[in-house]
Design a protein around this ligand. Structure first.
Ligand SMILES: C[S@@+](CC[C@H](N)C(=O)[O-])C[C@H]1O[C@@H](n2cnc3c(N)ncnc32)[C@H](O)[C@@H]1O
Length: 370
């Protein structure tokens, strides 16, 4: 395979926030891939009309770039938060006016439901993030939006759930992970940050930000998003390529770090979810053996498996993770050959986990089904 390094990685550096579709910015996601990287992997390794499968889709970056580039996309992630964001990106709203009309309608249902919200049933750790009246409203909005399966508005609401800026709903808190910032913003000095924050006006502003740059999409293309364990799921359609960035050996805790958003989506046991979606080394290896076996049934003959893997060291194999995956694919599971490998520095914002630096580089490993 002749892929020019320049053509594939030239636009990965620097910020793309002002150029990418604002749908990518619906809500933060730790470990999210840069949209320019997703775009170049899709363009380099597939053609228009191809079927792509992303079994670990996270916030749906590869899914959205695949669809925007004229590919059919089957996405999957076991996390309800990831599933909600990806569904929203694959079935976006287009018109601010239509969305505001829908919000008007939903607000009427919210006003009927709100008197039924009893905060005494809400765990203290959740209550500690919000003014009680704001929390009552948030719960009512989530309830109605979940019943209506309105993934786009749910994602917008998730995107404004916590931060300390005026457009957000919580007491001072970081945006990506729910760490409170009460020490930096004491109540006595910043009373305005602890006041009631009405939901609707903030949601409308968030919708306007989300719909600022929406590319042209072909609605005839296949777009699917599932919520299965990737090791057990075999999509019905055969695919030309699997393009994905799996969890790397417990470097990020996808459920713990999204616990507040997951709670509002109805996931009350983030610890059990993390034991599956943030696997430690032995579980990661086992996950990968099972996935690589399954994926032989999903890929067409000579189909590609494009994996973005952190360069963390496996103690069990005494090798870097990309080499372990290549070894499992070619020697243990068999039926694959390595056809391309490229290592890049991981941008700082994707590397963070408190108190831990994690991998400094990541490798794009491309396997071909024999
Ligand atoms: C590195 S993140 C993907 C990030 C994504 N590319 C993006 O741009 O947002 C890995 C994802 O794998 C998901 N995951 C982990 N184990 C899984 C499993 N067994 N089945 C399905 N999804 C899983 C996690 O929930 C997480 O969202």
């Amino acid at each position: 395979m002749k892929i020019s390094l320049n053509s594939i990685s030239k636009n990965w550096r620097g910020s793309v926030l002002r150029e990418e579709s604002t749908l990518h910015q619906l809500s933060p996601y730790l470990g999210k891939m840069k949209s320019s990287m997703a775009n170049s992997l899709v363009s380099a390794f597939t053609s228009k009309g191809d079927n792509i499968y992303d079994p670990f889709c996270g916030s749906g970056t590869i899914a959205l770039e695949s669809w925007a580039s004229g590919r059919n996309i089957i996405a999957n992630d076991l996390s309800p938060y990831a599933f909600t964001l990806t569904r929203a990106k694959l079935y976006p709203h287009y018109s601010i006016d239509d969305t505001n009309a829908e919000i008007e309608d939903i607000a009427k249902q919210v006003s009927l439901y709100i008197s039924k919200v009893d905060l005494r049933h809400i765990p203290m750790w959740v209550r500690s993030y919000f003014h009680p009246e704001t929390l009552r409203e948030i719960i009512a909005w989530f309830q109605v939006l979940k019943l209506k399966k309105s993934y786009f508005l749910l994602s917008c609401l998730l995107g404004i759930l916590h931060h300390q800026r005026p457009g957000f709903l919580s007491y001072p808190c970081s945006h990506t992970v729910p760490y409170k910032r009460e020490k930096n913003f004491p109540r006595e000095d910043f009373p305005e940050l602890y006041q009631y924050r009405p939901v609707r006006e903030r949601l409308e502003k968030k919708v306007a930000r989300a719909l600022k740059r929406v590319p042209h999409f072909d609605n005839d293309l296949i777009r699917m998003c599932n919520r299965y364990d990737a090791a057990k799921h075999i999509p019905k359609q055969k695919v030309n390529a699997i393009i994905t960035s799996p969890p790397y050996m417990r470097q990020l805790d996808y459920a713990r770090d999204n616990r507040l958003r997951l709670w509002f989506l109805g996931e009350r046991d983030w610890k059990s979810l993390d034991s599956v979606i943030s696997p430690a080394e032995a579980d990661f290896i086992s996950l990968f053996r099972r996935c690589l076996s399954q994926w032989k049934n999903v890929l067409i003959r000579r189909g590609l498996c494009v994996l973005v893997l952190g360069d963390t060291r496996s103690r069990l194999y005494n090798m870097l993770l990309p080499d372990v995956v290549a070894h499992i694919a070619t020697k243990e599971v068999g039926g694959y050959s390595v056809c391309w490998k490229h290592t890049e520095a991981i941008p700082n914002e994707r590397r963070v986990r408190r108190g831990c630096f994690g991998s400094l580089t990541e490798t794009i490993l491309v396997l071909r089904k024999n």
